[in-house]
Design a protein around this ligand. Sequence first.
Ligand SMILES: *Cc1c(COP(=O)(O)O)cnc(C)c1O
Length: 373
Amino acid sequence: MHLSPPDVGAAEEALVVAAMRSGWVAPTGPDLDAFERELAARVGCGHAVGVSSGTAALHLALLGVGAGPGSVVVVPTLTFVATANAVTYTGAEPVFVDCDPATGNLDVDLLSDLLDDLTRRGRRVAAVVAVDLNGTCADYDRLLPACAAAGVPVVEDSAQALGSTSGGRAAGTFGQFGVFSFNGNKILTTSSGGMLVCDDPALIARARQLSTQAREPVAHYEHREVGFNYRLSNILAALGRAQLRRLDAMIERRRAVRERYAKLFASVPGTRILGDGHPGSNCWLTSLVVEPAAAGWRADELGGHLAAHDIESRPMFKPMHQQPAHLHHHAAVTGAADRLFATSISLPSGSTLVGTTADRVFGAVEEFLTRRR
Ligand SMILES: *Cc1c(COP(=O)(O)O)cnc(C)c1O
């Protein structure tokens, strides 16, 4: 059993085949237009542009807020590497900030101090990128005022958080730009793809243009600047439309998976589920934090037991300030992300985890707990 496999079937097949038969196989087409409209409506955002990956959407968002050579972008250290890589693509420098151990999301107190410090040192901060880890929204009630006070725009890396909410507001709408990923392991997949959302039509129009090699709207190929080949294909958009219709059902299944883990670990000392107590989460991944002194075992020992049963699990993201590709950048760290990396394990969380497959996975976890009791 994989950690977070694609959940596709007859509904997806029908729309993909229909898109092929319609003749709109070439880059763009009516399914892409419709997918952008439908996703923007679902999220409650004015505009959306479909792109080839979440990483591409992040790159375009950062260009949209003016990140580039000479500027810095604040990024949480506990994230997937794409968040930091997209900053370097623009020529800006990432600066890492540690997390709140309860959720793994950006530590807002630390962020405020860092913004003060960067301003004092005369650095131009182009953006703060907030990540909604495992589908739990960052603490926007405190984060947005802190960034507004510093005059710094927010880009929301909601790659993992499609369908999540916080205080009734949808993930993807908290920053100037929101970014979604439709990679194979995300809650909604187009096999590979992404979406950039924004309320400002001019900013979206510019991102859309940059995503199509910055082609000017004239008959011949005219380019005033260097763009990118980042558009999502019409065929993949058809797959996305079918997935979007099933989004709520897929979230419900992931939530049921998380509740089953919560029940299993409720009476196990030294364990907790990362980000628990945030009901708006789409429950994309369930990660378990294990304090070895209290539990009597380590997260990687559970991982080893699951691997022996052919069940995939994964350590939490290794923090960016520990990654060889990024460790030369400035980092404001408390050790919280390092500790989560050392003590957490992400467990199979997919919406296909039902029936006998689910029984096998939860049975293996129970067996481990019984042996360790
Ligand atoms: C998946 C992910 C991305 C990148 O999305 P791709 O579609 O794989 O390029 C960016 N940020 C976070 C937090 C992610 O989880």
